[in-house]
Design a protein around this ligand. Structure first.
Ligand code: NAD
Ligand code: UD1
Length: 343
């Protein structure tokens, strides 16, 4: 069986993807510097899969460390590159750190891949590249225009996509799949792995589960005066296990070789937009937990509404995100309860 190198593999989406890869029979080597994850994740993964992935603690900014990983695992056939800094607000305050980490890591990785003749790459991008699409482009498909990034984080994703396109242009043997995620939420059904937000969560779901667990007094719903049915913002929330499965499909597609373009791009979402208030209400219904909330002012930089047209991924990758949202919200709650020892 072939081996996949997963950078950022102890992180949130990476760890769920490693589980899916190993369950499909792949060997996995994780490279992570643990800047936003914990070694205990490896116990969670082996608790689910029954075997441990290989793990190398290394920084993608260290090119020789990456070279050493490819030297140690000559059977690596593909790379999934998750490793990046991802907090939008922090990127506004520390742009140089974001540009250095997110761009430097990809440059080193591509150089190591080139010198070790590894020619398959799956890259984590984001729907943030579309900004606020105009009404004619909702739901958003891959042909929607890329808009000027709203944050240094968003800009690193756009620049990374360009770097991959240019590198592939110069190297016809290199094939890449760029995956633009919408809003990943939830945790593995076992509650052995999940999202570990650093400090006060910025994203909606961890804030909801922490409020339900009593760690935060109240959820703030950022605005109910948007031009949406209930006035709160709309997003496409995708179950992290569905998202993880798409990565396995992407690796398989790169291995099979039946490709339309050298660099393929897919939107990964459910195709359904849900409002903040719908999420909060459904969460309370399915879990029975209380989430005290108040409506506050809008959050600066927020997009009013965006959701995916995932038709291309459904058709070409043979993949669909179809886990019911109630089940997904319950998985997020079970993970929070596991973390906090709540019965
Ligand atoms: P995460 O922070 O949980 O995982 C990223 C992992 O990369 C962490 O384990 C971190 O320690 C590691 N890392 C960071 N810099 C590194 C470096 N220089 N060398 C080695 N390891 C490094 O984040 P996530 O939510 O799992 O996101 C994974 C990828 O998906 C990121 O590229 C992110 O930008 C992208 N993405 C995430 C979301 C989301 O909502 N979570 C949405 C769109 C795109
Ligand atoms: C944010 C990032 C985006 C990134 C995505 C996934 C911004 C502007 N965008 O998107 O680049 O790809 O995270 O990591 O930060 N909300 C509340 N109360 C809260 C938290 C959130 O009402 O306490 C609302 C927000 O206003 C938004 C929705 O919940 O309408 C989802 O927010 P969030 O989880 O932060 O994701 P995005 O804003 O979609």
């Amino acid at each position: 069986m072939s081996r996949v190198l997963v950078t950022g593999g102890t992180g949130y989406i990476g760890s769920h993807t490693v589980v899916c890869l190993m369950q499909q029979g792949y060997d996995v080597t994780i490279v992570d510097n643990l800047s936003n994850s914990d070694l205990k994740v490896l116990d969670g993964i082996s608790g689910i899969v029954g075997r441990r992935p290989d793990f190398v603690q290394a920084d993608c900014l260290d090119g020789s460390a990456l070279d050493a990983v490819f030297d140690s695992f000559p059977d690596i056939c593909a790379v999934i590159h998750f490793a990046a800094s991802k907090a939008v607000g922090e990127s506004v305050e520390k742009p140089l750190m974001y540009y250095r980490n997110n761009i430097g890591s990809l440059l080193n990785l591509l150089e190591s891949m080139r010198s070790h003749k590894v020619n398959r790459l799956v890259f984590s991008s984001s729907c943030t590249v579309y900004g606020q699409p105009d009404k004619a482009h909702l739901p958003v498909d891959e042909s929607a225009p890329i808009q000027k990034a709203l944050s240094p984080y968003g800009n690193t994703k756009q620049i990374n996509e360009d770097i991959i396109q240019d590198t592939a242009h110069a190297a016809p043997e290199l094939n890449a799949i760029i995956l633009r995620y919408f809003n990943p939420i939830g945790a593995h059904q076992s509650a052995l792995i999940g999202e570990l937000p650093n400090g006060v969560p910025n994203n909606l779901l961890p804030f909801v589960t922490q409020t339900a667990a009593g760690l935060r007094p109240k959820l703030r719903v950022f605005g109910d005066d948007y031009n949406t049915p209930d006035g709160s913002c709309i997003r496409d929330y995708i179950y992290v296990m569905d998202l993880a499965q798409a990565h396995v499909k992407a690796v398989q597609r790169l291995e099979d070789g039946g490709r339309e373009e050298q660099v393929e791009i897919f939107n990964l979402g459910t195709g359904r937009g849900l409002s903040v208030l719908e999420i909060v209400k459904t969460f309370m219904e399915v879990t029975g937990a209380e989430v005290p909330y108040e409506i506050t002012g809008r959050r600066e930089g927020d997009i009013e509404q965006v959701w995916a047209n995932p038709e291309k991924a459904n058709r070409v990758l043979g993949w669909k995100a179809d886990t019911p949202v109630g089940e997904v919200l319950l998985s997020a709650w079970n993970w929070e309860k596991h973390l906090r020892n709540i019965k």
